[in-house]
Every structure is written in C-alpha cells, then in structure tokens.
Design a protein around this ligand. Structure first.
Ligand code: NCD
Length: 305
C-alpha cells in the first residue's frame, strides 16, 4: 500500500491486516508508557483545510506514539490567506522534510492531487462528501472489538448519507468484512443514485430499528447543504433522530455509533449519547490505534522494533 485514499476496492486481507495491527497498537496505547520507537526519524504532516477535532488530533497522537515528529498546518494562519496555492503549500511542507501527509479538504479528490504533487505517501483525512477511509477503519475496529467479527452483522446507517464521506467509506469496509448495511434517510438525504452501492435503503427508521445489531448515526452536514432539504429540525428528529424513545425499542444488545461531532437534540438525544451502549468515545480511542496502524504500514516501520 503506497497511499490510503479510499475504502472502495480495499480487499478483506488488507482490512484484516490493518485491524490486526490496530489491535496491537491498542495494547501499546494502554501501556504505562504508551509509545514505541517504530517511526523514529519520520515526520508526519497534518494538512487540514477543513475543521477537525478528532481526526487531526488523533493522527498527531498516533504519530507521536510511534515516535514520529509532526508538522501541523493550519490554513487560517497560513499564507493561503495571501493567495498561495494548494500545490505550492504542499511542496513547501514537503521541502521541510515531511515523509507523509494527511490531507483533509472540502474538494472531492484533493488527496489524490496532493499525492501526485508531493510524491509522498498520502492519507485522505476526508475529501468533501467523498471518502474518509480511516474513519471506516476505526468504525470497523470498534464493531470487531464489540462483536468479535462483522460477519453477518446488520448495521443501519442513519441520517445525511447524501453529504457523508463517512457513509461512503463505511459501506465498503463494513460489507467487505461481511456485514449487511441498510441506509436510512429521508429521500432528499439519500444519494440521488445508489447503483453500485452494496446496500439496501429505507426511508422508515422505525421499520429498521428493531432488526439491527448497530445503529450508526450521522450528523446533518449543514455546511454542505444538508439542513436545507427538510422542513424543520423538530420534524427531522421526530422521523430520523436516535431519540431516547427509539433507543428503548432497540434489541438489548444493539449498540449506537457516531463519528462525531454529535449535535445533541438533533440526530441523537443526550440520553442516548451518554449511555454505555453508545460507543462514540471507544470509536475515538480506536481512531488513534487504527491511525497508528496506517502510519506504520505506509511508512514501512519495522516490526522487530
Ligand atoms: C466526520 C467528518 O468530518 O467527516 N467527522 C469525523 O471525522 N469524525 C463527520 C462529520 O463531520 O459529521
């Protein structure tokens, strides 16, 4: 693997190997000194042109736990403000000695362009509504830890699928690992064309609710126009929210997941978010472990260390 840009087409053996390494790094993270020397001397640059809390911090945490150095680019205080191009920005960071770049950008395909220009390993940290592969890996790890395997699991992904790079990555990881995925959303928040997606779709959350092992809740992507296509927040919550009332109707062993950031009171009620069966913080912890695995595999760290 030279880059990690998309989950589409990534085979089961590759996913298993990344998740197996992530399990080992999860163990490293829980040692008294949570650090190994595997990537000593390497430099990981985080280039986030869109806001991020979890993804950016967890890549930096992962790099440091592998003893790599980090370069953290912040667009708001950078020379982008003076008109410098994305390409020149990337070449500048490469010239300072970056060995790998993690890129988040509002434009679909940005990470592929950066990979061409920089000629370095690139990880896509989210490109528009297109792909977010490390999110899918951390979600798969969370499901595998909880259930032992994804084989035969039934998973509902609920909410703004249309604008969600998380959904576009999760469907490939989950189904390649053997799960069945149902997308649940109002028609206006489903992608216009689902041909080629390995999923079924429903517009009736209550119909799907009692059938599934995991409910994966998505935020409405207001910044991509997601909130303008339904009549009101109250109506959205009533039909598609993971409310306390719906939570009470789930099978007793069904879990709830969310990529964060959660907007309590819209797509998820506070009582659900704070319940032990909501795995959102486990997902965050697992995000560090899978990003350690990705950095380790892309930068060719040696297992002996
Ligand atoms: C998501 C993203 O940015 O794609 N967050 C994340 O990376 N955990 C989802 C979102 O913003 O709703």
């Amino acid at each position: 693997m030279k880059h990690l840009l998309t989950m589409e087409g990534v085979d089961r053996a590759t996913l298993d190997s990344l998740l197996d390494d992530a399990d080992e790094f999860y163990e490293v993270m829980h040692r008294p000194i949570p650090k190994v020397p595997a990537l000593r001397g390497k430099t990981v640059a985080t280039m986030f042109f869109e806001p991020s809390t979890r993804t950016k911090l967890s890549f930096e945490r992962a790099a440091k736990a592998l003893s790599a150095d980090t370069l953290s680019f912040s667009p708001g205080t950078s020379s982008l403000k003076k008109g410098e191009s994305l390409k020149d920005t990337v070449l500048t960071v490469k010239a300072m000695g970056a060995d790998l770049m993690v890129v988040r950008h509002k434009s679909t395909g940005a990470a592929w362009r950066v990979a061409e220009w920089a000629d370095l390993p690139v990880v896509n940290g989210g490109d528009g509504a297109h792909q977010h592969p490390t999110q899918a890996l951390l979600d798969a790890l969370t499901l595998r830890q909880h259930f032992g395997s994804l084989d035969g699991l039934r998973i509902a992904i609920v909410g703004d699928i249309r604008h969600s790079r998380v959904a576009r990555s999760d469907v490939w990881a989950f189904t390649t690992l053997g799960a069945e995925v149902t997308l649940v959303a109002p028609p206006t928040l489903l992608p216009p064309d689902l041909s080629g997606w390995p999923v079924t779709a429903s517009t009736d959350f209550d119909d799907v609710l009692t059938e599934v092992d995991a409910v994966y809740v998505l935020r409405v992507q207001a910044e991509r126009g997601g909130a303008s296509v339904f009549p009101s927040v109250a109506e959205y919550r009533q039909r598609f929210g993971m409310t306390d009332a719906r939570f009470a109707r789930l099978k007793p062993d069904t879990i709830v997941m969310h990529p964060g950031p959660m907007i309590r009171g819209i797509e998820i009620d506070g009582g659900v978010a704070d319940d032990p069966r909501c795995k959102v913080l486990e997902q965050v912890t697992n995000g560090v472990a899978v990003r350690m695995a990705v950095l380790f595999q892309l930068l060719g760290g040696s297992r002996d260390e």
